[in-house]
Design a binder for this molecule. Sequence first.
Ligand code: ASP
Length: 439
Amino acid sequence: MRKVVKFGGSSLASAEQFQKVGAIIRADKERRFVVPSAPGKRSSDDTKVTDMLYQCYDLAEQGKDFKKELKAIQDRYQEIIDGLSLSLSLDEEFKTIEKQFKDKAGTNYAASRGEYLNGIIMANYLGYEFIDAAEVILFNEDGEFNAEVTNQNLRKRLESLESAVIPGFYGAYADGRVKTFSRGGSDVTGSIVARAIKANVYENWTDVSGFLIADPRIIYKPEGIETITYRELRELAYMGASVLHEDAIFPVRSEGIPINIRNTNAPEDNGTWIVESTCQKPKYVITGIAGKKGFCAVNIEKDKMNSEIGFGRKVLQAFEENGISFEHVPSGIDTMTVFVHQDEFMHKEQQVVSAIHRLADPDSVDIEGDFALIAVVGRGMKSTRGTAGRIFSALAHANVNIKMIDQGSSELNIIIGVANADFETAIKAVYDIFVLSQI
Ligand code: ASP
């Protein structure tokens, strides 16, 4: 039995946090493969080491002096090393980093040093082997992660090892140049390592005890989610629920490895289990609610649109030509609406409108902004009648006007469009009807 354990930045922000992590790892001998993030914030007004590295490298790139900034980063690591009483020096590493910054090695290289150095400390602290992620995690020339070659590399490399530390967040192109994932990408590394060793579980340790049914900034002390499926989580993550990087699901999903989100500061909590499938009945009909503001609805009208073959394709082509992805496309007999992100669409709206006219020859195009989309997600919906009805009556009672409804054919989620101004009220109303009124 082998577990991959990934620790987030706040779990590794100080020597004290490292000690908690050490105790967690030592408490279970199956926790043999460790993926650390860079040191995060020690308090709310602190700065993450990754951000310090970006800022420092920015100076280097402009040809400005960056000694003071680099020293501040080294001090963050030294504090951890001293706090753990390790006999480890990062002086040589920092000399290399300084030189690479002067030679303009790139922002990807710069940002990756946060995880790289934390990995060295972690390996030294645990007595585990250190494996530089640049040697095992491969990106294609177009910047896409190469899942298959990476999987083979890693499997071969880790096969014979009892234990190892593999820093998160980065890998390299075939020529050795470092490339990072997007922000929060150590979650993805953890998942890649779990797939490679066919772990029995991927534990993702962070500073909360798992997922919550709704955003705590909107709902006072929302309940936690005990178990959620990969598919449900994708729907919620896509709509903004952010505990785990949204791409972290893919590598483990192909092997059916469960992810367990745990809290470094409360290791006794069970956290959330993210699984392929489960017969466990969810506590409520809905598993979670998430949403985002800032969408725009582009309404296209054309008489007898439904009988014109290819109309939808032509409309969507107008968006494609302008590099804009769409979120939802509900349609009626003579109308079709395309939902897009307002900030992305705003700058190109007139090009898109003229392209729609050119390609699809509609009767009219009308744009409406300031929409919010809310996803109500739950595997329990499939077997429960009246879920949509309950959502709509709850929203009507809360005086929220529903502007759009979209239920995926999987019956896993219902998407509701409301005005930005009604966003919070709508989420509260849905939470109340499905959770509070059931307690
Ligand atoms: N350190 C990186 C970031 O701040 C990656 C990570 O923590 O997962 O985004």
